[in-house]
Write a protein that binds this ligand. Sequence first.
Ligand SMILES: [Zn+2]
Length: 70
Amino acid sequence: MTGQDKENITEYVCKECGLIHEVREPADANSADQWKLAALAGGGIVLLLLLWVWVFKYGVPLVRHISSIE
Ligand SMILES: [Zn+2]
């Protein structure tokens, strides 16, 4: 066991020669990135939910109020 099973191998198409190369990254760094992405996505979803709640709480009554004036 050399610890290679803890690496993530990412394949990508090379811009210079057009062939597929492999990039080996330590699994720890990769999972840390994934946690960052997950945290960002979760934060975005929470912001979106808050925006929806705000729109329904204040936006809809405001629109009804405006349309009832006309
Ligand atoms: Zn290449």
